[in-house]
Design a protein around this ligand. Structure first.
Ligand code: C5P
Length: 293
């Protein structure tokens, strides 16, 4: 039996860091929105024991350091099964991009193996494993927009936002990645960004719910832009361009390096994408898609 699952990505419409914790992580509130752009994972039981992982991208290691491998190993241990599975990862989402591609792959591996092994683990058990694998992994066990609290792993599902139906999102990756640990470490130099005022994620949720674009634009925010835009001014140029070109909102996602821009229609997304290419050239990775699933 083999199983193919799509592994989506996300953007953070807000990432508000509230302070550094004693365990070294940062307390935060974030509002993550799923994006219908996917890697794909194929799972097949194998006669030989162990985990055999392959990947379409030769730059991604397929050994024990790979999050898919870690997820499969953790699943086997928690479910008390000897994993004998061939897993193939077809990679399309850029890496170190702030889009949660690797976290999504890890969550999809937990879901895929649980399907392959007769749903041996409960949803709560999967949640626990996901949180162990990384702060963003629990978000990808479900498919709704959600608020993440704690270090991001405490997920509170939200219903879809009517105002975003019909909206499009443009993603631009500049060709370099930003390391998540680096971005968080740099916050020590930006006390205001490190110690955000709590309640901003709820405020953004309320403005998205009320459908008021002025309030939405005022409330989207990412604390990690402070170090990222200082080191990479190009990312600020992207945002200035998108604002001028008529995007309704633009921000860096997660710890970067992807910039996203939301447009009110497919037509404006296509126009703005074409203008972006003629302004910045053809070399940047860019995708545009509808925000509805
Ligand atoms: O949880 P995850 O493995 O994605 O975190 C990667 C790194 O990002 C952590 O080791 C930590 O340096 C930083 N981080 C943090 N606070 C968070 C999430 C991540 O400091 N809430």
């Amino acid at each position: 039996m083999s199983l193919e699952l799509r592994s989506p990505c996300k953007v953070n419409l807000i990432l508000n860091i509230l302070g550094k914790r004693a365990d070294g992580f940062h307390e935060l509130e974030t509002l993550m929105h799923p994006i219908p752009f996917f890697d794909s994972l194929t799972f097949a039981k194998n006669s030989a024991p162990g985990i055999q992982l392959s990947c379409s991208d030769p730059l991604l290691r397929t050994d024990e350091s790979n999050l898919v491998y870690k997820a499969a190993k953790l699943f086997g241990r928690a479910a008390s099964v000897d994993i004998s599975t061939i897993i193939h990862l077809e990679k399309r989402i850029p890496m170190a991009a702030g889009l949660g591609g690797g976290s999504g792959n890890a969550a999809t591996t937990l879901l895929g193996l649980n399907q392959l092994y007769d749903s041996v683990l409960s949803d709560a058990a999967l949640q626990g494993l996901a949180a162990e694998l990384g702060s963003d992994v629990p978000f990808f066990l479900q498919s709704c927009p959600a608020i993440g609290l704690g270090r991001g792993e405490q997920i509170h599902q939200l219903s879809p936002y009517p105002i975003l139906e019909g909206c499009w999102i443009i993603l631009v990756h500049p060709g370099f990645g930003i390391s998540t640990p680096w971005a968080y470490q740099q916050l020590a130099r930006f006390p205001e960004a490190r110690n955000g005022i709590p309640g901003r994620a709820a405020k953004l949720d309320a403005s998205l719910r009320s459908g008021n674009w002025t309030a939405i634009t005022e409330n989207i925010y990412n604390s990690l832009e402070a170090p990222a835009l200082e080191k990479y001014p190009l990312l600020e140029l992207f945002q200035t361009f998108f604002k001028k070109a008529g995007a309704v909102a633009t921000l860096m996602s997660g710890s970067g390096s992807t910039t996203f821009a939301i447009t009110d229609s497919d037509k404006s997304a296509k126009r703005i994408s074409a203008e972006f290419r003629s302004h910045f050239g053809e070399s940047f990775w860019m995708k545009a898609m509808g925000l509805g699933f």
